[in-house]
Design a protein around this ligand. Sequence first.
Ligand SMILES: [Zn+2]
Length: 130
Amino acid sequence: MSAGHGRFVAVVNCMDGRVQESVSRFAKQKFSADYADTITEPGPIRALAEDPSGAESASIRRRLDISVIKHQAVGIVVAGHGDCAGNPRPRETQEIQLKGAVQTLKQWFPDVPVVPVWVRPEDWEVEELG
Ligand SMILES: [Zn+2]
């Protein structure tokens, strides 16, 4: 189905430059994808969890539609990270937000697996959450 243009995964991540490469690498490995379509906002998990029908979430959804519908993305990775300027909350709070973000994304795209991750501020590497 996507043979002509490669296999895609979608990433919803913070705009923070420190978390781009490790999350992209993880997402491509996790879903055996060639390319990661990356949608960034400052701390997007807050809006997805706490304001799923608001303007920021709608903007994220428009971009995910392109990835899922046009590129047939085989999965979605959604990330939170430590030392986040856009969403300055402790890890415990962000893990709750990530659960809410996963629920929102699964409602929008029930046929696409969604994987939440935490990016450690110690070394900017990815931990997959359950
Ligand atoms: Zn951030």
